[in-house]
Design a protein around this ligand. Structure first.
Ligand code: GDP
Length: 383
């Protein structure tokens, strides 16, 4: 009996030792698997990646056309007061016209050499020859009336008046962004790189800030990132964005955008167009076609030409080409925060006979301001 018990105890001990050894071996094998980069799941497989904002909700999808909207939207800054908020950027970039001219005009005697310096300053600020001569004439007359006693205030007033007369406060700068019983249609045109798509997005914000409902048409189908860029702008303020396939027909997208605007009862449809200056004739045909196709449904109320203020004379050449292709009704001068050449405002208005209606003064989403001549000139002269 005793020996039977001893055998049983030995057998149990052997079984226990074998079981422990087997478990230990399995553990070592598993560890080797991790080191070799086996099938162990990565953190991203088990923890969902968080997105910073909700995915846009698909509102409607038709062949070749996608429309999205999101419920969480930003509240853009009101239009009123924007230029005032941004005036330091304007003043900083235009010290040559403001402070430079004031210093020259305040000299004890303004001799021929000083007038030459004044002329040079105005030309360097991109005013152009005609407006420069006109300002000089106005200043000469004003200061002659003042006689010898030129107080700093009188000099400032004379400069302010001369600049204001050329910027022309009498021009109608109202944007045609509403129309009775239909959406107003705004076309944004300009050479790629001028800030056209950015301006389209910023304009949507400006309109939303005024309580308008907006549809955006991404008709720049040639620049790969343009539609995506516009989608982001639209999503941020809850504007519907109508897109087409990359490389597709811009006129078809413009047409669909206007249809969507009519169907949704939107206040304004803003259409970003392609700005490839490949050939002048090509550009003309393209813009002309987009406009004609839109006009099958609605008139085009506003054609805004976007010009980069830093490009000077080149901007004026572009302005001429575009105005031959479409009937430009307003100018948007972008990057006015990055140039010492605010005179382009005057030069381009003269060139096209069309007012500057909006100015871009930075890369922030609300750095697009309705242009106000008095605020503009005051910012220049105040320095
Ligand atoms: P598009 O090719 O004409 O559509 O040009 P984009 O809209 O893509 O803009 C080109 C670049 O210009 C972007 O980096 C914009 O942020 C920048 N931009 C646009 N407007 C302004 C502006 O008013 N000031 C500054 N500093 N940059 C701007």
């Amino acid at each position: 009996m005793d020996s039977a018990l001893v055998y049983a105890a030995i057998a149990a001990a052997v079984i226990l030792v074998l079981a422990v050894a087997a478990v230990a071996l399995r553990r070592r094998g598993g560890a080797a698997g991790i080191e070799q980069g086996g099938t162990t799941p990565r953190i991203s497989d088990v923890v969902p990646v968080e997105t910073s904002r909700p995915e846009p909700e698909l509102v409607e999808s038709r062949e070749g056309v996608l429309e999205f909207a999101v419920s969480e939207v930003e509240v853009p800054e009101p239009a009123a007061g924007r230029l005032h908020r941004l005036r330091t950027r304007l003043a900083r970039s235009n010290t040559a016209i403001g402070q430079g001219l004031l210093a020259l005009l305040s000299r004890d005697s303004i001799d021929a050499a000083t007038w030459e310096e004044i002329e040079e300053t105005l030309l360097l600020a991109d005013l152009g020859v005609g407006p420069t001569n006109e300002i000089i004439e106005r200043l000469r007359t004003a200061l002659r009336v003042e006689g010898g006693a030129r107080s700093p205030d009188a000099v400032k007033d004379a400069l302010r008046e001369a600049l204001l007369a050329l910027v022309d406060p009498s021009l109608d700068r109202e944007l045609a962004t509403t129309a009775p019983n239909r959406p107003a249609v705004v076309m944004i045109v300009g050479v790629n790189g001028t800030g056209k798509t950015t301006t389209t997005g910023k304009l949507a914000r400006l309109l939303v800030a005024e309580g308008r409902s907006v549809v955006l048409g991404a008709a720049d189908t040639f620049r790969a990132a343009a539609a995506e860029q516009l989608q982001t702008w639209g999503d941020r303020v809850g504007a519907v964005v109508v897109r087409g396939p990359e490389g597709g027909d811009p006129a078809a997208v413009a047409f669909d955008a206007v249809s969507a605007g009519v169907r949704d009862g939107a206040d304004t449809v803003v259409i970003d167009t392609a700005g490839r200056l490949h050939t002048k004739a090509g550009l003309m045909d393209e813009l002309d076609k987009v406009k004609r196709v839109i006009e099958k449904q609605s008139q085009v109320d506003e054609v805004l030409l976007v010009l980069d203020a830093t490009t000077g004379q080149n901007g004026l050449v572009q302005a001429r080409v575009f105005s031959e292709s479409v009937n430009v009704t307003g100018i948007v001068l972008t990057k006015l925060d990055g140039t010492a050449r605010g005179g382009i405002v005057i030069a381009v208005q003269r060139e096209l006979g069309v007012p500057v209606k909006l100015v871009g003064l930075g890369e922030g989403p609300d750095d697009l301001a309705p242009f106000d001549p008095v605020e503009f000139v005051d910012a220049l002269v105040a320095g």
